[in-house]
Design a protein around this ligand. Sequence first.
Ligand code: ADP
Ligand code: MG
Length: 342
Amino acid sequence: MSRIRQLPIELINQIAAGEVIERPASVVKELVENSLDAGAQRIEIEVEEGGARLIRVRDDGRGIDADDLPLAIAAHATSKIASFDDLERVTTLGFRGEALPSIASISRFALTSRPAEQAHALRIEVDGGKPGAPKPAQHPAGTTIEVRDLFYNVPARRKFLRAERTEFGRIDELIASLALVRTGAEFRLSHNGKPVRLLRRAVDEAGVAARVGDLLGEEFVGQSLRIEHEGAGLRLSGWVGLPTASRAQADSQYFYVNGRLVRDRLVAHAVRQAYADVLFHGRHPAFVLFLDLDPLGVDVNVHPAKHEVRFRESRLVHDFLYRTLNDALAQTRAGAAAPVAP
Ligand code: ADP
Ligand code: MG
């Protein structure tokens, strides 16, 4: 008697969704990252009821060819890599080809897209993983994805959605984390029809600083050191918050590896050590830091949600981070700046 069966594709996608789509903010992350990978310079995110009712992401990126439309929503289909070699060198935010089919399997989903050189847009709707036929539609060059009634067919997940304000807060925080690193793109975010954020394209250093001020507060910009340091094939840049910019909570810590926000133990350890002498116990540093290195030196394919990375030369990275930050903070120690009391 045979016991093993091949799972239907909708179920495969729903299982994949379980790993990456925890809440509405995860959908926004995947969609906005796709827009950025498509070279978008303007991204508009509309959210209703904390994302449970509607998430609509509209971009002016490269669009999806008519022929590619069914593939965009097919599992393990991607335009971003084609080989293991590409995977090791990947510079796009996405590469797994799982986000759209996953999201479409747990929502009422619609994708409308038009590459600039195509006369008409096409729209494809997918209901709980079941795709309809693509239909002609009106759309400027770019892509719009609509996700309605997230988890409508996954009651266990739907039940765990938090209050509308909480879920929207996560989305807002997610947009902030992408806008901090993608300063060349404009982001607009609205909730229940009300504009919440308008972050205009930064074209120069002043614009970048203005965006950081917008997202982390002007005080942070005033109370941080702008750093840029290179060595051993590594480059660390960004804003190192001074002790005066420290917080009671660790809620203003942004660390990017090759443009991707990560939560890494090794990184956290190096940062903590560098701040150890200048911060009182219980205070948390604020920082926005960008580590850039050869993609071959870091594995981003550790977890489906890609929050974690693995460095090939972890000791080297750790020491570089510690030394660079420690040297920067030493300037504050040399002056009168004693640790600031909580
Ligand atoms: P991945 O991003 O890992 O490739 P996704 O499921 O997120 O997988 O997307 C599948 C494909 O659909 C992408 O590789 C890309 O070619 C296309 N795509 C998705 N979103 C957009 C977009 N906003 N603009 C242009 N192409 C897109
Ligand atoms: Mg993607």
